[in-house]
Structures are given as structure tokens and as C-alpha cells.
Write a protein that binds this ligand. Structure first.
Ligand code: 13P
Length: 341
């Protein structure tokens, strides 16, 4: 394990006001996104869409890393430049989603467990050969107002995240550790804080036991936020206070970056909340974004599968990247949304 290399890649990904584009939708998930804009999910449409994102001029100022899906890492531009090479040449670190999605956790009704550990070492070695420098594994934590998640469900998912992270570091690939407490449901923000706290505590206990180098990883957590169906929604300020409190208590300062997922928040809310958290800084870690939906939803809605809309979609994408980059410094304001042509 090359500590220096791990630390420098982790730092580069969250370099000066930079965040991550999560473009690692699995085939069923990207189909869902394409269905919503009436685009057929063929291999070439998926390739073309990712090409639109990755060739957008100027994103390297705001994006330090891109998470790809297996198929996408094997694809390239129209003139056959592999996407990993294109990104690296632009100073953006290519990464890869390596989990194989979630299944029901046996004997634990309503809970999920992530698959993908079998053969992972060999898969990581192949991905590294293809240019990936970091990886991502997502654990999904179901939450309700009463009995979910169970402490066993939390422990089982934390253990897998740590097994994955250790394998990555053995191959000098930076692990992004993603324990996602879902936003679905009617629970309030206090409940989300309690559950997120228990999850992060378990995750760092397991990472430590597995000898994972905190300085050579990134954490991708949910923000502390009320469930989408909760009657009491909260201000950006309150969300930022609860999220920061939880991170200060449970995330070691040695971790170079916390890159939040958007988890179903609107693009504007995800940016606003990130901004509010950074306005409370400086923090011991870089506090940035690793957004999927919050970066891509406006782009998909503009593109709609039409070549004639590509320039407008790329403009929209660059603008979202820029606004989130400003939010990394606490310099975003809702009024900036109006400036977009
Ligand atoms: P969202 O930002 O859409 O939650 O996606 C991030 C991600 O990578 C989920 O695994």
C-alpha cells in the first residue's frame, strides 16, 4: 500500500473547490432516467450522454473526479478516446463504482445489504489497469420513525464497507465510502441525526479495525435532513447545523474530504445546503459534493436526447458544477440561479 499516492489522489479529487460528478448509474437506473425524457436506453445513447457530460468545456475547474459505471469505463468518445483517458488528460480523476447493488438482508425485514465483495480484488486490478484511480461502494440504510435500521443491519453494512475499503487501498485505489441513510419516509431531522450518527460511528470503528488509512479515503454520506414525507421540513441553516454537528462528532479529522450525496434533493436545495454547511467553516476536512441527480437532472431535462440541445445541456451542466463549486466555499446564493440564460 502506497500511502503517499493514496493521500495525493484523495486530495486531488477534492482539490481547490472541486467535487465529484457521480455518473455511475447502473443500466437499470440510467434506463429510469432516460425513460423520464423518452430516450431509449441503448448502449450508444448511454455512451453519447456520458460523452456530452465529459466533454463539457471548463468542468475541470469544478470537478476533480468522475465516478463511472463498468460499461462506461469500457466506452469512449465518438473518435474512440477511452473516457478514462479523456478525463485524465483534462486533470479529472476517473473512478469506478464497484458494488453490485443491494439485496434484501436475510432475516431482517425491510433492510438491505450490498453485494459485490466476491472477486473484488481481481475486478479492482482490472479497473486500475483501465485507468480508474478511485472506487465507490454504496451501502443503503433504510430508516423509519421506529425500528429501522437495526443495529445488526448497521454493523453488517459497515463491515462490508470496510472490507471493500481495505481491498481498494491494498491496490492503491482511493475508496469512497458511501453509507447512505435514505431520505424517503416521514421521519424527522432528529431521527435522521440519531441514525446517521450510529451509522458513522459503526463505519469508522470497522474502517479502523480493518486498518484503513483515513488519510487515503473519502467519505460520501447523506446530509442530516428530514424525510421527504415529514410534515416538518427544515431551513438550510438548521440542516447545516445538524449535519456539521454529526460530522464533527463522528468523522475523524484525518479524513481529507467529505463529499455529500444529493439523495433526491432538488439541484438547488443540494447546492444551498452544501453552501450553508461551508458557511459554518472552516472545517477540518474539505466539505464538497459527489452528486448524481443534483448535477444531472437539469442536464437530462435540457438534452432530451436531441443533438440540437447539446450546447444548452452542456451550458446547464457547467453552470451547476460552478454553483456547487462556489458552495464549497460558502459563496453561493439562491439569487445566482436567476443568472442562468
Ligand atoms: P445522488 O447524488 O443522486 O444521490 O447520487 C449519488 C450517488 O452516487 C449514489 O450512489
Amino acid at each position: 500500500m502506497n500511502n503517499e499516492q493514496l493521500m495525493s489522489v484523495a486530495k486531488a479529487i477534492v482539490g481547490k473547490q472541486k467535487g465529484i460528478l457521480a455518473a455511475d448509474e447502473s443500466s437499470p437506473t440510467i434506463k429510469k432516467r432516460f425513460d423520464a425524457i423518452n430516450v431509449e436506453s441503448t448502449e450508444d445513447n448511454r455512451r453519447r450522454y456520458r460523452e456530452i457530460l465529459f466533454t463539457t468545456e471548463g468542468i475541470e475547474r469544478y470537478i476533480g473526479g468522475v465516478i463511472l459505471f463498468d460499461e462506461t469505463l469500457r466506452q469512449g468518445t465518438k473518435d474512440s478516446t477511452p473516457f478514462a483517458d479523456l478525463l485524465s488528460t483534462r486533470g479529472i480523476v476517473p473512478g469506478i463504482k464497484v458494488d453490485k447493488g443491494t439485496k434484501a438482508l436475510a432475516l431482517h425485514t425491510g433492510e438491505k445489504i450490498t453485494e459485490g465483495l466476491d472477486g473484488l480484488y481481481d475486478r479492482l486490478a482490472e479497473y486500475k489497469e483501465m485507468g480508474a484511480r478511485f472506487a465507490k461502494w454504496r451501502a443503503v440504510i433504510e430508516i423509519n420513525e421506529h425500528d429501522l435500521p437495526s443495529s445488526f443491519g448497521i454493523r453488517a453494512n459497515a463491515h462490508l464497507l470496510a472490507r471493500y475499503a481495505a481491498l481498494c487501498q491494498e491496490l492503491d485505489m482511493v475508496p469512497i465510502v458511501e453509507p447512505e441513510v435514505l431520505m424517503d419516509g416521514a421521519h424527522d431531522m432528529e431521527r435522521c441525526e440519531v441514525v446517521t450518527s450510529r451509522v458513522l460511528e459503526a463505519v469508522f470503528t470497522e474502517l479502523d479495525a480493518h486498518r484503513v488509512l483515513f488519510e487515503g479515503m473519502l467519505l460520501k454520506p447523506n446530509m442530516v435532513i428530514p424525510g421527504m414525507r415529514c410534515a416538518r421540513q427544515e431551513s438550510a441553516q438548521r440542516i447545516a447545523e445538524a449535519t456539521s454537528r454529526c460530522m464533527y462528532r463522528y468523522v475523524p479529522a484525518a479524513v481529507p474530504g467529505i463529499v455529500f450525496l444529493s439523495g433526491g434533493q432538488s439541484a438547488e436545495d443540494a447546492t444551498d445546503h452544501l453552501n450553508a454547511i461551508n458557511m459554518m467553516g472552516p472545517h477540518p476536512w474539505k466539505v464538497s459534493f459527489s452528486y448524481g441527480r443534483a448535477l444531472q437532472a437539469p442536464v437530462l431535462a435540457t438534452w432530451k436526447g436531441q443533438e440540437g440541445n447539446v450546447a444548452a445541456a452542456q451550458k446547464m451542466f457547467l453552470n451547476r458544477c460552478r454553483l456547487n463549486s462556489l458552495a464549497c466555499e460558502g459563496r453561493y446564493g439562491r439569487a445566482m440561479e436567476e443568472d442562468v440564460a
